[in-house]
Write a protein that binds this ligand. Structure first.
Ligand SMILES: Nc1ncnc2c1ncn2[C@@H]1O[C@H](COP(=O)(O)OP(=O)(O)O)[C@@H](O)[C@H]1O
Ligand SMILES: [Mg+2]
Length: 305
């Protein structure tokens, strides 16, 4: 079942008394299955936040359809199924975590008894137990981000939308936040998050949508994207001199007493292996090197520009 489905979403900004037009979303199509983590990847200015604002109803699209659990995105029933963490959430410095979460719960009309139980569970889950009484101005960026996640989950939504949730976090904060998101996925939440940081994507997403210049240039399961494509082959060899290797027209680097030869063309493998053996060298391994998300992303960027 699809939790989020967007088709032909278009948005143009206007300025100079509506004369100048800036088309930002040029027909976005994407779909997020229930229970998956969807990474919305794109360079700065590609249109990620604009897409998210349209999903949340903060911006009116010019065209297109947004469905949340098959409900029209602009309906109250659909909105109540979404929890949102903005890119730079603002928190009141002089509230503590408990007060902030009670306040948010009251905005959603959650009865006090239900709120009490949910807040203490969420505080536990995001690793803030024992710190809930501390004023937020004393929180680190990582703690605030985790509190933001608890806030987004207060009405127990089916889908979490996170805009650049990793920006500004240090490596430990990123790891903690990643583990938290994976934990919420294990509980059955669907997670849609935007990022321009490839490593975060590669470590946790099921599906990737690459947005460039207001268009989805590629969408698919990460496992299929990276495993279906071999970037090159590596031949690891030893007992051969650099001089001998230089006679075989290949690109190589040395590591310890070994050489790593990179071949773009699979058809060249046999010939190179034979040359190494002919020179009394030792072939240790021939490895296909899979494309990484970075290769795929950079390739998409090159094709568009
Ligand atoms: N309210 C607005 N008015 C005019 N242009 C905007 C507005 N919001 C965003 N933009 C422009 O739309 C483009 C996409 O922005 P955004 O969706 O924030 O990108 P991303 O989140 O992918 O970095 C940018 O060029 C940005 O300057
Ligand atoms: Mg953005």
């Amino acid at each position: 079942m699809k939790t989020l489905e967007i088709s032909n979403l278009k948005k143009t900004f206007r300025s100079n008394f509506l004369i100048k037009k800036y088309p930002v979303l040029k027909g976005i199509d994407l779909s997020v299955e229930q229970g998956e983590i969807y990474g919305f990847l794109g360079p700065n200015g590609a249109g990620k936040t604009t897409t998210i604002k349209c999903i949340l109803g903060l911006l009116f699209p010019d065209a297109g359809e947004i469905l949340i659990n098959s409900l029209p995105g602009n309906s109250i029933a659909a909105r109540s199924q979404i929890g949102f963490l903005p890119e730079n959430p603002y928190f009141y410095d002089y509230l503590n975590a408990n007060e902030l979460l009670y306040f948010t719960a009251s905005l959603f009309g959650i009865p006090k008894a239900v709120a009490k139980e949910r807040i203490s569970m969420l505080i536990q889950q995001v690793g803030l137990a024992g710190r809930e009484g501390l004023k937020l101005r004393k929180y680190s960026k990582g703690m605030l981000q985790r509190l933001g996640l608890a806030q987004a989950l207060i009405q127990d939504p089916v889908c979490l939308i996170l805009d650049e949730p990793f920006s500004g976090l240090d490596p430990i904060g990123r790891k903690e936040f990643r583990d938290l998101i994976l934990g919420f996925k294990a509980q059955g939440k669907t997670i849609f998050f935007s990022s321009h940081i490839l490593q975060d994507m590669e470590m946790m997403v099921d599906k990737v949508g690459i947005i460039i210049n207001g268009r989805i240039s590629r969408q698919g399961l990460l496992s299929e994207m990276v495993s279906s494509s071999t970037r090159c082959h590596e031949i690891i060899c030893a007992r051969i001199s650099e001089k001998q290797l230089a006679q075989i027209p290949v690109h190589f680097v040395s590591r310890d007493n070994q050489f790593i030869i990179t071949l773009d063309n699979e058809a060249d493998i046999n010939q190179v292996v034979e040359s190494i053996i002919h020179n009394n060298g030792q072939v240790i391994a021939v490895n296909p090197v899979k494309k990484t998300l970075e290769d795929i992303f950079l390739n998409e960027l090159r094709e568009v520009q």
